[in-house]
Structure formats: C-alpha cells, structure tokens
Design a protein. Structure first.
Length: 317
C-alpha cells in the first residue's frame, strides 16, 4: 500500500482573502441559543465553511501572515464556534427523545465543529508550520524570503501535511520530489548567481549523487528550458507515525540550494510526495519514490518524476 500527494497551484503574489465582518459573525454566534433551531446555525456554518477553506489556501495564508488583526479575528471565530458546539451538545443531551429538529441541529453542529477544527488545525497551524520553515530557510540563505519563497513553503507544507496523514498506508519509506524549471535565458543568469553565492559547487556535488538517492539532483535541458529535480528521501525500518515526515521537513529546511531555487520568481515549481510499504524490492533510498527517468546513464532531455502504487516492469521500453 502507498499514499501519493501532489499540489498544482500557480503563484499569485498579490493574493488575499476577504474575511468580511467577522466581529458581527462572532456577535451573532454569542447571541445564538440552541432552542432557536438549526436553520440559522446551518446557514452560518455553510457560509463559514467556505471561508475556512479559503483560509487554508495561499490567499488565506497571505492574509493571516500580513494582518495580525485578521489572525486575531479568525482565532476569535474558532473559539466562538467551539462554544456554540459545546452549548448545543449540552442542550441535546437534556432531550429525552430524538426529534427531527434535534437531528437537524446535530448535523449543523458537525459543520460548526468541522469549521472550527479546520481553522485551528489547518489554517492557524499551517501559519505556524510555514513560519517555522521560513525561519529555517532565512537562516540557511542569510536573508528574508519574499512572497515567492513563502508561497513555495506554503505548498510544500501542505504536501507534507497530507503525507503525514497518509502514513497509515505505509511508512517504511517516504520521499519528496521538487521539480524546478527555468527558461534557458533565466537559467544562464541564475547559474552565474549560484557561482557568486558559493552554491555552484554544491549543485555539482548533488548532481553526482547516483541512483536518485536522498539529496540527489537531476538536470535536464530541452526546448529552451532547464529543469532541476530535487529529491529528499527517508528509507528505514518502520517507526512511529509522523517520523518520516519530520525527517523530510528537516532535510528540506536545511537544503540551501533547493530553498534558493524554489524561492526564485523566475522558477516554475511542482511538488509530489509518496509514502509506502516496500511490497516490491528492498527498503532503500534508490527504491524509495519518487522514481525518475535516470536509468539510461545519460542526461535526459527533461526530468520526469513519478510516484506510483506498485512496480514498473517494462521501464527499458
């Protein structure tokens, strides 16, 4: 068994999320009574569910990180929703029999709890986790990250979050594949910048890593584009849930070359990740996904990463 994650999202530097009048919403929640019926609560829950999904998105992260007052409003909203859910539970517990109105209220409470959970455990927790990655990246790179760096670490954080949730499907190996693509003209400029920053030698050393092991880098060039594929891998005997993803986060946060390139506004970036039981082959870094088109011994025209459930028997063709 395995778990596969990918996230395709275009960078929008000016993305933001309109929160509306959350103070009025919190006041309405404070005034709401369980015996008022489920309809107003369900309608409010459906409206806030859309908002909570936006808070998990890049536009939501931008708003929360740039506006401390927005973060305080969102935290207050989560607390208000939790209070309403607890009061409604207590109200229903006093009822001696089930009614249609009671069942409808119970369904509305589920939505309210889901929204509160998403705000706390996804939106606000993501802000903290991305902030930690950014802090580590800025320490590696010796300067502040711009919006593009925040965006790519937001995306990587979401991919790693989902990978952690999939580790129940297998966790003797896990991997992260990050594909960074530049136009040929942009890469010529970036390559000179890497030399000036002392990272050109690091790139050469990473490209020399064979069999797509941890920290390996593949390079391809075709059609006026240069692609660089970074891999971060963990392969070991089964440990506790979450250990592999913690290791991948640590590897990423210390990878100055990868962080430097994904943060470059000239780069196009895509990310995939994989966790599994090694049902085919031994537990090893080369046998850990992502796999790639690196088996011919020649530099490919383009880098192709893949993650899959099962094995590939006809790869030479």
């Amino acid at each position: 068994m395995c778990g596969i994650v990918g996230l395709v999202r275009r960078f929008e530097p000016k993305a933001s999320l309109g929160l509306g009048d959350l103070d009025a919403v919190c006041q309405a929640l404070a005034a709401w009574e369980p015996d008022a019926g489920p309809i107003p609560l369900r309608a409010l829950g459906d409206r806030l569910e859309r908002l909570s999904l936006g808070l998990v998105d890049w536009s939501g992260l931008q708003t929360l990180r740039q506006d401390p007052s927005a973060r305080a409003q969102v935290e207050g909203l989560a607390a208000a929703l939790e209070r309403v859910a607890e009061a409604s539970d207590a109200f229903l517990a006093l009822k001696s029999e089930s009614t249609k109105a009671g069942e409808a209220l119970a369904q509305a409470i589920v939505t309210v709890r889901d929204v509160a959970w998403r705000i706390r455990r996804d939106a606000l927790s993501n802000l903290e986790a991305v902030g930690a990655l950014v802090e580590a990246a800025e320490g590696c790179l010796g300067g502040p990250l711009q919006a593009k760096g925040w965006f790519e670490l937001w995306r990587l954080n979401l991919v790693l979050n989902q990978l952690a949730r999939l580790e129940v499907r297998g966790r003797d190996s896990g991997g992260l594949g990050t594909l960074v693509v530049f136009s040929k003209a942009d890469w010529d400029a970036v390559e000179g910048e890497l030399a000036a920053e002392g990272l050109a030698e690091t790139l050469a050393q990473r490209e020399a890593i064979q069999a797509l092991r941890d920290r390996g880098v593949m390079r391809g060039s075709s059609a006026g584009r240069v692609s660089l594929g970074f891999v971060h891998k963990v392969a070991k005997e089964v440990g506790e849930l979450g250990a592999n993803v913690r290791d991948l986060r640590e590897k990423l946060s210390q990878d100055a070359l990868c962080l430097r390139l994904i943060s470059d506004e000239r780069a196009s970036v895509q990310v995939i990740a994989h966790t599994r039981w090694a049902s085919n082959g031994i537990i090893s870094e080369p046998n850990c996904h992502p796999v790639a088109n690196d088996l011919t011994g020649q530099i490919p025209e383009r880098v192709v990463f893949g993650v899959l459930n099962g094995d590939v028997d006809n790869y030479p063709t």
